[in-house]
Design a protein around this ligand. Structure first.
Ligand code: NAP
Length: 253
């Protein structure tokens, strides 16, 4: 129970990677605020686990993030573990990218991570140690074809983490990014459905196509990403700072 009594907050904590991390932190003793726009879904996943605490929060909305995280801190204390995980992955090739779609991806993936980490940092007492983690992607380290806004937003997340690690260097807070390859979550389900429709191929073939995007040619399971996040939260990782850690079956960049 390494995290007994700590308050952790995971954005997008009701599904996929975020839920895996939230459940693992709760199993290690933390009180975990899980956030998302879909409160009914958050309530459903929290129903059987008294350490999961649902909070409706749109990461693209500044007021929602600042008020939501302040309220969570009033209820459960300073956010000493924060995982900025919420994100959307939608493909759009450059020639068809619209300014509106570009801004929406940036607002959720990049502004959302900025607002979340800033609001979480504001809850800390002076000198309090904490772990700030953002879920980037292999698209944060190399270009992903036909996903220009997603690629730029995930590169931005790594820039945010690297900048913060420099700004707070020598203090008790670490900042790291995790860069997964294709993970078997609802995002991959949606992407596979899109590819299946676009190419006129069965869903299984579309999933196999995505799996081939990983260096080891298989989809990752969420627990493979969760394990890295839990290690970053551990005392043993206290000198790991400003890193973009690849979990992708092989070297990506
Ligand atoms: P997911 O299950 O679709 O998770 C996305 C989460 O983000 C959902 O819980 C969603 O909750 C939340 N979210 C989306 N827009 C939001 C908004 N405006 N405000 C608040 N929450 C919002 O997919 P996932 O794979 O676990 O994705 C988690 C993160 O991993 C994302 O940042 C994604 O880019 C990254 N990632 C995923 C993969 C992959 O292959 N799966 C690979 C690399 C990186 P609500 O719908 O309730 O808002």
């Amino acid at each position: 129970m390494e995290h007994e009594g700590k308050h952790a907050l995971v954005t997008g904590g009701g599904t996929g990677i975020g839920l895996g991390i939230a459940e693992a932190l709760a199993a290690a003793g933390a009180e975990v605020t899980i956030t998302g726009r879909d409160l009914a879904r958050l309530d459903r996943v929290a129903a059987g686990n008294p350490r999961l605490h649902p909070l409706q929060m749109d990461v693209a909305d500044e007021t929602s993030v600042r008020d939501g995280i302040a309220a969570a801190a009033r209820a459960r204390g300073p956010v000493t573990i924060c995982v900025a995980n919420a994100g959307i992955a939608e493909a759009a090739p450059f020639r068809r990218e619209t300014a509106e779609h570009w801004r929406r991806i940036m607002a959720v993936n990049l502004d959302g991570a900025f607002l979340t980490l800033q609001a979480a940092m504001a809850t800390l007492e002076p000198g309090q140690s904490a772990r700030m983690i953002a879920i980037s992607s292999i698209a944060g380290l190399r270009g992903l074809r036909n996903a220009i806004a997603y690629t730029a937003s995930k590169h931005g997340v790594i820039g945010l983490i690297r900048g913060l690690s420099e700004e707070y260097m020598g203090g008790p807070v670490t900042f790291n990014a995790i860069c997964p390859g294709y993970v078997d979550t609802p995002i991959v389900d949606r992407n596979a459905a899109e590819i299946s429709e676009m190419k006129g191929i069965p869903d299984e073939e579309a999933r196999a196509y995505l799996a081939r995007g990983n260096r080891h040619k298989r989809l990752l399971e969420t627990d493979e990403v969760t394990a890295v996040a839990l290690w970053l939260c551990s005392d043993a990782a206290r000198s790991v700072n400003g890193q973009a850690i690849q979990v992708a079956g092989g070297q990506v960049a």
